[in-house]
Design a protein around this ligand. Structure first.
Ligand SMILES: NC(=O)c1ccc[n+]([C@@H]2O[C@H](COP(=O)([O-])OP(=O)(O)OC[C@H]3O[C@@H](n4cnc5c(N)ncnc54)[C@H](OP(=O)(O)O)[C@@H]3O)[C@@H](O)[C@H]2O)c1
Length: 327
């Protein structure tokens, strides 16, 4: 795979265009700030009553609505929640974007699953940073960047790929690497990971491990440090050395525990469930569930946030922080 870097990129392409960043949340704020620092002309678009308007204005951006931004821009970057993309495109972008404009995405969901059927004259590209906006901004300010994936779904102008790379460079990813993918590959792999590996499984494992120790009479504080705090240490080790390197860096006792216990938790049944999760992602059942929850006012998301806040592990965290400890 060819990994693109700043030397492969013409930053002038994005600098020559007016960019509208739609949304000023996790990704929107970071991308707008990085673009501006890279010499790109940026307008931020938010709903009229958005609580984030003031923040974006106080950080020096002109703030307009998505419809107003669409009429003025050459490139609209859609950084609203994925489930809102269809409505924003239909009501605010499609009627106003000038012929030959481009829409950029940070995640492939709304194109992959047909929430948006873009006009044929538009360039449609993806630049997906592999991390949250906070890290995208922090690393950029530190002179580095986050790896991004990029893809083109529709190349009406013949220049969509070069434009996507230019955009990725302007948010800082050309400093570390921009990897080619497709909307489908980025979207499906990302949704699978969110459900089955990082966001879905690791927190469940931490809570289950904590519950097992506390149920057996261990002090909650000890259970907390064992099952939660050490996650950061192992993540750092894996990031720096890989999984084999991590194994070499830990004690023989820890390594033996890993080989004895890990395969009993992640079993053939776990792998079979992972395949089912991937199938549900690919055939659209996962996105149907997401859209149904959004339409009903997010009852499942709200209940899950409430359950996470109410879990006893959070009380231990507050207690440790109150005592001046670090977590
Ligand atoms: N979060 C991540 O780490 C991450 C990483 C990679 C890719 N992505 C992708 O980036 C995109 C944005 O995700 P996010 O997490 O940054 O979302 P977010 O934090 O929920 O922010 C969404 C923003 O969109 C705004 N918005 C909603 N409706 C709008 C409208 N009609 N016009 C203009 N703005 C509108 C919201 O406005 P209000 O402030 O008024 O609510 C908010 O500022 C998604 O496609 C996501 O998959 C996210």
């Amino acid at each position: 795979m060819h990994v693109y870097l700043d030397k492969d990129i013409d930053l002038g392409l994005i600098r020559a265009r007016r960019v509208a960043v739609i949304g000023y949340g996790n990704q929107g704020r970071a991308q707008a700030l990085n673009l501006r620092d890279s010499g790109v002309e940026v307008t931020v678009a938010l709903r009229a009553g958005s609580p984030r308007r003031h923040g974006a204005q106080s950080e020096g951006f002109e703030v307009v609505t998505a419809a107003e931004a669409a009429a003025e821009c050459d490139v609209a970057i859609l950084l609203a929640a994925d489930e809102d993309h269809g409505r924003i495109y239909e009501e605010e972008l499609a009627p106003h974007l000038r012929a030959g404009a481009a829409i950029g995405f940070a995640h492939g969901l709304s194109i992959r699953f047909g929430l948006i059927k873009p006009r044929a004259d538009l360039d449609i590209f993806l630049v997906s940073p592999k991390g949250p906006g906070t890290a995208l901004r922090r690393d950029f300010e530190a002179g580095s960047g986050l790896v991004s994936l990029f893809a083109v779904d529709q190349d009406a102008s013949g220049g969509a790929e070069a434009l996507a790379l230019s955009y990725a460079g302007a948010i800082g990813s050309g400093r570390v690497g921009i990897l080619p993918t497709s909307f489908a590959e980025e979207c499906e792999a990302d949704l699978f990971n969110e459900s089955a590996v990082l966001w879905g499984t690791i927190p469940e494992l931490i809570q289950a491990g904590f519950e097992t120790l506390v149920e057996a009479g261990f002090a909650p504080e000890i259970a907390y440090f064992e099952c939660l705090t050490e996650v950061k240490l192992i993540a750092d080790l894996i990031y720096e050395r890989g999984i084999a390197g991590m194994r070499e860096a830990i004690s023989n006792t820890a390594e033996f525990g890993a080989l004895d216990g890990g395969p009993r938790i992640v079993t053939d049944a776990t792998r079979a469930e992972m395949r089912r999760i991937l199938a549900e992602v690919r055939d659209g059942r996962f996105v149907e569930k997401l859209l149904a929850d959004a339409k009903a006012g997010y009852p499942r998301l709200r209940a899950s946030r409430e359950a996470a806040r109410a879990h006893p592990i959070e009380a231990v965290r507050r207690e440790i922080l109150d005592l001046g400890g670090t977590t």
